[in-house]
Design a protein around this ligand. Structure first.
Ligand SMILES: Cc1cc2nc3c(=O)[nH]c(=O)nc-3n(C[C@H](O)[C@H](O)[C@H](O)COP(=O)(O)OP(=O)(O)OC[C@H]3O[C@@H](n4cnc5c(N)ncnc54)[C@H](O)[C@@H]3O)c2cc1C
Length: 520
């Protein structure tokens, strides 16, 4: 509900009221541009469950050593359960995958195998790469199990803005520095406001003194000339400011933001584990104990009856099949895998699993012979803002001033042309040719690359769960006798496209199993 603006001189001028007034001066489009860029994003974490009591039937098999499975196993272990984790891959983490020298990857249906040729010490996180400070579940575990973190630079003012297409006007196809366009936008808007105040065109509930203070703020915030109160890109020697209309047309507004109004997933600071995101699941696995995690063990089927659960598994190294038994089973597997597994869930549950769509995420890391983005462009972390078919293009927030580095040349969360069916070499050419429009060094300094298209990754068959969360959770989080799904798609609080979702799903699973076990 919107409150009516008071005419009292003491009334608080909210940002919305202020923009309404700005609309009277600058026209509606100016207001919309500013308002659209206030990203009210939700973050989220919940309280870790505090459970007590020890059930007599306490043997649990956890399927999958992704973040959700590891959290489930770790917390059940602390409660005194006899836990065993079953993981098909030769590594823990699932979607949390850090690629380094020697990492091998053969896509589903491909004959070619990629082998990572990055130099020792260099890596790319092909799944999760950022931990917002609001994700207290993940960060709490980093502290608890000893995973040191560092700052991830999510915005670097010196990075470039590059939009192609006639609709973006005179600035289209030009590299513009983010700090220049931010300064110019703010400068122009503030100049406009000062003019409106001087001409008494802003009908705002302010005393003459308030107005004077407000003008002083606008002048200093927008780097306006203190005498003429006009914007001239002061301190930026020789450069002419970009024209207001040209900036608005160039889509700058989509990147022009104040501090986020709410804590969310984009508010600074953002963190990353030192040495790669996989340090997080590795830390959890250490805390659980390696002897409790069976690697290279693929689940083939899951049966249940009144006496317990039977899980048939395949040792992927030896080809040997065996059967494991337990009282309960937490199914922390990806939805596309559950949907086609021989598993004793009801048709309703399997249909709900089938109905969950997963992201068509793809990432590519490219090793560069030298850190040209730092040496030539003075860019340290952050991203390129563009409409090139690359999704996110990012500079590493680690290893500053060292010799080489890995550029994240592409992070897309939807289809990009026919790249899903292209060869690794064709994908690299796509990334290099597009990014070279902004950074010609992408071609001249290129050494090697490694790309991951999650739809084609065995044991994942897609990225994170997408679509309506509440509908998905209602069915998927029910315990069916001795089985319960525990992967991020069923998380009750945070969204499943974050590891925080996997943590909250893990907590929910532990609670569900414990309540069931205490009744057994
Ligand atoms: C490209 C991308 C970017 C992301 N970015 C971020 C980010 O910046 N920050 C963030 O917090 N989150 C991010 N996420 C989301 C985050 O990665 C996920 O929400 C989280 O990792 C999901 O964990 P999970 O345990 O639910 O599932 P998974 O990680 O999928 O774990 C499932 C496990 O089951 C195993 N498995 C599969 N089949 C079998 C079988 N038959 N037998 C035995 N084991 C099996 C798999 O190997 C895997 O280990 C991103 C995800 C993607 C794809």
């Amino acid at each position: 509900m919107r409150k009516k603006m008071s005419s009292s001189s003491n009334a608080v001028v909210t940002r919305r009221h202020f923009l309404e007034q700005l609309g009277l001066v600058g026209g509606t489009s100016l207001v919309m541009t500013a308002m659209n860029s206030w990203d009210l994003m939700a973050g989220g974490a919940q309280e870790r469950p505090h459970l007590t009591g020890k059930p007599t039937k306490n043997k649990v098999i956890v399927l999958g050593a992704g973040v959700s499975g590891l959290v489930t196993a770790y917390e059940l272990g602390k409660l005194g359960y006899d836990v065993r984790v079953i993981e098909a891959r030769d590594r823990v983490g699932g979607l949390n995958w850090t690629v380094r020298k020697g990492t091998e990857h053969q896509e589903i249906g491909a004959t070619e195998k990629q082998v990572c040729a990055f130099d020792e010490g260099l890596y790319v996180n092909v799944g999760p790469w950022r931990i917002p400070y609001t994700h207290t579940g993940v960060l709490g575990y980093c502290r608890e199990v000893g995973v040191p973190v560092e700052i991830f630079i999510n915005e670097a003012e010196n990075s470039y803005f590059y939009y192609e297409g006639e609709q973006f006007g005179s600035l289209a196809g030009k590299r513009l520095r983010l700090r220049e366009v931010k300064a110019d936008m703010l400068g122009h808007v503030n100049e406009l406001l000062v003019k409106a105040i001087d001409q008494n065109k802003l009908d705002m509930p302010m005393t003459a003194e308030d107005k004077d203070r407000f003008v002083k703020f606008l002048v200093s915030e927008g780097y306006l000339d203190p005498t003429t109160k006009t914007y001239k890109a002061i301190g930026d020697s020789g450069r002419q400011p970009y024209d207001t209309n040209a900036l608005l047309k160039a889509n700058i507004g989509t990147r022009f933001r104040s501090v986020p109004l709410t804590d969310g997933t984009q508010a600074a600071p953002i963190f990353q584990p030192i040495g790669g995101m996989d340090q997080f699941p590795k830390g959890l696995a250490r805390a659980i104990g390696a002897q409790k995690i069976s690697m290279n063990t693929e689940v083939i089927s899951v049966r249940q009856d009144e006496s317990g659960v039977k899980v048939a598994v395949l040792d992927t190294k030896t080809g040997k099949k065996s059967e494991l038994t337990a009282d309960f089973c937490a199914v922390c597997l990806p939805m596309p895998i559950i949907a086609k597994m021989d598993i004793a869930f009801s048709p309703e549950m399997l249909n709900a699993a089938k109905a969950v769509a997963t992201s068509n995420s793809a990432k590519m890391g490219l090793q560069m012979k030298r850190r040209w983005w730092e040496e030539d462009d003075q860019i340290f972390g952050g991203h390129l803002y563009s409409n090139l078919p690359l999704g996110e293009f990012s500079y590493p927030s680690t290893g500053y001033f060292s010799k080489k580095g890995i550029i994240l040349g592409m992070y897309a969360n939807g289809p990009v042309g026919n790249l899903l069916d292209a060869t690794p070499a064709q994908r690299v050419e796509h990334v290099v040719s597009n990014s070279s429009k902004v950074h010609p060094q992408m071609r001249t300094e290129f050494e090697n690359a490694f790309g991951v298209w999650w739809k084609k990754v065995k044991y994942s068959e897609g990225g994170y769960a997408t679509g309506s969360a509440s509908a998905r959770r209602e069915q998927l989080s029910k315990m069916e006798n001795r089985l319960v799904i525990g992967s991020a798609a069923v998380c009750p609080y945070s969204e499943p496209d974050w590891q925080e979702g996997a943590v909250s799903a893990g907590w929910q699973t532990v609670k569900t199993i414990h309540e069931r076990a205490m009744k057994a």
